[in-house]
Design a protein around this ligand. Structure first.
Ligand SMILES: [Zn+2]
Length: 312
């Protein structure tokens, strides 16, 4: 597929849009230690769990129907949007999204199965059920495309945009942003993380600082990497719901999409940065290596819901 964005000669294209788009093809030098958001967030939740997962690597990363569906839905939406913005809306309408989702689910399942010692971790019935729910999400997106993805007022600037920023010598934060949009009208940007969910986020998720920290951190690094003022960057979770109530009282409850913009003000941002710095100072030594010691759970009783299944 041609990766040429916005035909040459088209007016007023912010050159940064091309720079953001190009960020995904950069190769990252492997001698660096890469720190992901999930590593930091695991440590914040429970240092013991972090130790077992990231230092000892004694907890295998497990695959399940949710990870398969999440991966497949991400890829399907990203492919659809790429064609929409980089070819034409017409071409994007011609994609059979149901088939694409199915193919992506099979692909994700196969690669998950390979990671799980080739053992099955779902059933045909379960996969079919998730596929049917996924088709409803895609149908909703196509039907309501212009409410979410205008090709007139927004430019797709990034898919899987690589954020790659040094935290200390040899230690680099690495993150991939699902979607980046540029809004030429007011010269602003939106960083979007797609989440798949059963029936949407409720207060306990919206107020979970460990969940919302992700896009706030991404915003910090995005601003730094592309030298864009933070005031021009918005953050959003684009949550797609597998289930909606049939007899919902409010039309909003029947939407398959929930857009959630977490608080990303200065105070909140400072908390997130402080947490990251705490992680770096407690876990990484001067050579850029993880400090090999015993870490303790935050819980005064020595165990929490996160680490209990893995400690004696
Ligand atoms: Zn714990």
């Amino acid at each position: 597929m041609a990766k040429k964005i916005y035909p040459e000669g088209s007016k007023k294209v912010n050159p940064l849009v091309k720079e953001v788009w190009g960020s995904k093809i950069k190769q990252s030098p492997s001698k660096n230690k890469h720190i992901s958001y999930s590593s930091i967030s695991t440590y914040t939740k429970c240092p013991k769990l972090w130790e077992l997962q990231y230092l000892r690597k004694s907890i295998p990363f497990t695959q399940n129907i949710y990870t398969v569906f999440g991966t497949a839905m991400h890829e399907t939406i990203q492919e659809w949007l790429t064609v929409m913005y980089y070819e034409s809306v017409k071409s994007s309408n011609e994609i059979n999204l149901h088939d694409l989702l199915y193919a992506n689910m099979i692909k994700a399942y196969k690669s998950g199965k390979a990671q799980m010692n080739h053992e099955h971790f779902s059933t045909q019935d379960e996969l079919t059920q998730f596929w049917i729910e996924g088709k409803h999400i895609l149908d909703f997106l196509v039907k309501n495309r212009t409410s979410y993805f205008s090709t007139k007022t927004m430019k797709l600037a990034g898919i899987e945009t690589l954020l790659y920023q040094e935290l200390k010598p040899g230690v680099v934060f690495k993150g991939l942003v699902d979607l980046v949009f540029y809004h030429p009208v007011n010269d602003s940007w939106t960083i979007i993380d797609i989440k798949t969910s059963t029936s949407g986020w409720r207060d306990n998720q919206k107020k979970n600082p460990n969940l919302t920290a992700q896009v706030i951190l991404y915003k910090e690094f995005f601003a730094k990497q592309f030298n864009i003022p933070k005031e021009k960057i918005n953050v959003e979770f684009f949550i797609v719901k597998r289930r909606v109530p049939k007899d919902a009282d409010f039309a909003s409850m029947q939407r398959r999409v929930q857009e959630f913009k977490p608080n990303d003000g200065p105070r909140k941002t400072k908390q997130v940065i402080d947490q990251m710095n705490k992680f770096i100072s407690e876990v990484i030594d001067d050579n850029g290596d993880f400090i090999d010691r015993e870490y303790t759970c935050n819980n005064p009783f020595g165990k929490c819901e996160h680490c209990t299944p893995f400690v004696n």
